[in-house]
Design a protein around this ligand. Structure first.
Ligand SMILES: [Zn+2]
Length: 191
């Protein structure tokens, strides 16, 4: 499943631009047109990231941030504020309430904003795990015979033990597949 982004803005044209662009980039997208709808969608859609406007009907962006911040189960969702309002007090408040970034619509192109979203999702979601191949169990021996670079799980540089490093798929946080590398547990070099 693709990473999910909730786009919150009362301007339909802006929602459409970002929905089209981010869908094309492979993300799953939902929209909300005001603060109340945003909070309802956060709960039903469970986004991995929220793109949040400030000036909106019902609840404004800062009020949405306050409510997210007050809920331990929603607090960790990264939020990028995308606003027309260049007001120091708003910026300070948004960042204090945990927004990762406060971007002015006039200063950033959609391309730049999409790059920021990707960077934030990558650093926010990637998890890595080091796993030791247990001697003789299953295909541990066969694997190192078939792939001589594994050198029977001894590091060619320092002689330390080699382990498997599993990385989660940042683009698909719900995926059950991992990317695996062989690394030295001692010198940390990738083999
Ligand atoms: Zn080593």
């Amino acid at each position: 499943m693709a990473a999910k982004i909730l786009i919150v803005d009362d301007e339909e044209i802006l929602r459409k631009i970002y929905t089209d662009r981010l869908t094309f980039e492979g993300f799953a997208i939902e929209n909300a047109a005001d603060g109340e709808e945003a909070l309802a969608k956060v709960k039903s859609f469970g986004p991995n990231l929220i793109l949040l406007d400030i000036l909106m009907p019902k609840l404004n962006g800062l009020q949405v941030l306050e409510q997210l911040n007050a809920d331990p189960s929603l607090k960790a969702i990264p939020v990028i504020v995308l606003s027309n309002v260049a007001n120091d007090e708003n910026i300070k408040k948004a960042l204090t309430l945990g927004a990762k970034d406060y971007l002015l619509k006039t200063n950033f192109s959609p391309n730049e904003i999409i790059n920021k979203i990707k960077t934030l999702l990558d650093t926010g979601v990637e998890k890595s795990y080091r796993i030791s191949p247990r001697d003789g169990y299953g295909d541990v021996i066969k694997l190192s015979q078939d792939f001589p670079f594994m050198n029977f799980y001894k590091c060619p540089s320092c002689g330390g033990n080699l382990v498997f490093e599993l990385k989660s798929d940042t683009k698909n946080p719900d995926s059950h597949e991992f990317v695996t590398s062989v690394v030295c547990d001692l010198c940390k070099k990738k083999v």
